[in-house]
Design a protein around this ligand. Structure first.
Ligand code: MTE
Length: 328
């Protein structure tokens, strides 16, 4: 359910904890069945959905396991099928199943990223070149969505810091803004008003330079599926998932704090920092616990959400002395 905020923008749905998960899933499946047979998904859509969550369908990537501190969590990775069919990618619709069903229209080849603003080497760089700017590593990160669910994903990519060093930011660059693809022709959600497109996110320069901030090109050993943000996306594991913009087209270095799409839509609910913090509740729900996707049985216990999503040892010092209730 999507609800309009007072300021007219759309905001995240309530977390599904309101409905017991089992009931939620069976209702969703029934509804999906009804929708599929009554409204009738097109053949292409059904084929895209079937293909989109099958490992082995996409090209494999080469990489080495990461040795960066905190880069490989021991939690069991989420099933590929869950990670590729339960997505937030509002450019393809607001239902969790929309991206897997619809993202096949996204054109990822050719792809380039514009690097601009306060940087010594601005320009438009081809994906093939960007892929050579760092050594591809596998990192197994927790992803905690602001809605109250989490996953564990083996990503393939390199530290964003490698790209940033390459383009040489000017001394005045204090923030990095990330702009993602917004093409109404290939992204049906962009024709609607769920957010003010394009999807924009931002980080402080020291957050962007942190070794755990990942520029991901793949997951589960293969190139990124379109619904997960192909051909390249950001992954910031200690922040709520919405900070990790998908299908990046622009990286801008700036001296002003960027205004992210979610901040613009509902500033009382989404701040610039959006660090995972079990002690700072969302105005409409608690952030103290989370539901791990895949642990959905009736008896499944909720997990306690960890400070900075469990990455406090690595990133806590970035926020030393800050009031995290104020800078949420
Ligand atoms: N990036 C774009 N461009 N559009 C989006 O709607 N959703 C965000 C983030 N990146 C989103 C996006 C949210 S709310 C989450 S939780 C994560 O992507 C989900 O990533 P996943 O679908 O790969 O799990």
């Amino acid at each position: 359910m999507i609800i309009r905020s007072d300021n007219g923008g759309f905001i995240h749905p309530f977390p599904e904890e309101i409905t017991p998960q089992e009931a939620y899933l069976s209702r969703r499946n029934i509804l999906r069945g009804i929708a599929a047979s009554a409204a009738g998904w097109g053949l292409a859509q059904r084929q895209a959905f079937a293909q989109s969550h099958r490992p082995g369908a996409l090209p494999a990537m080469s990489f080495v396991p990461s040795t960066a501190a905190g880069a490989v969590v021991m939690d069991k990775p989420t099933a590929y099928k869950d990670a590729t069919t339960y997505n937030n990618f509002y450019e393809f619709g607001t239902d969790k199943s929309d991206p897997a069903r619809r993202a096949n229209t996204l054109k990822t080849d050719p792809w380039s990223v514009e690097i601009e603003g306060l940087v010594k080497k601005p320009g438009r760089y081809a994906l093939e070149d960007l892929m050579k700017w760092g050594a591809m590593e596998e990192r197994i990160y927790r992803l905690r969505c602001v809605e109250g669910w989490s996953m564990v994903i083996p990503w393939v990519g390199y530290s964003l810091a490698d790209l940033i060093r390459r383009v040489e930011p000017q001394p005045g660059a204090k923030f990095v803004e990330f702009v993602t693809q917004a093409d109404p022709k290939t992204m049906p959600g962009v024709r609607g008003g769920a957010l003010d497109w394009p999807y924009v996110e931002g980080l402080r320069m020291d957050e962007a330079m942190h070794p755990l901030t990942l520029l991901a090109f793949g997951m589960y050993g293969e190139v990124l599926p379109k619904q997960n943000g192909a051909p390249l996306r950001l992954v910031v594991p200690w922040k709520y998932g919405f900070k990790s913009g998908k299908s990046l087209v622009k990286i801008r270095f700036t001296d002003k704090q960027p205004v992210s799409s979610w901040e613009k839509a509902a500033p009382q609910e989404y701040g610039f920092y959006s660090n995972v913090n079990p002690q700072v509740d969302h105005p409409r729900w608690s952030q103290a616990t989370e539901r791990r996707i895949g642990e959905d049985g009736l008896l499944a216990k909720k997990r306690k959400t960890l400070m900075f999503n469990g990455y406090e040892a690595q990133v806590g010092q970035l926020y030393a002395g800050m009031d995290l209730k104020k800078f949420f």
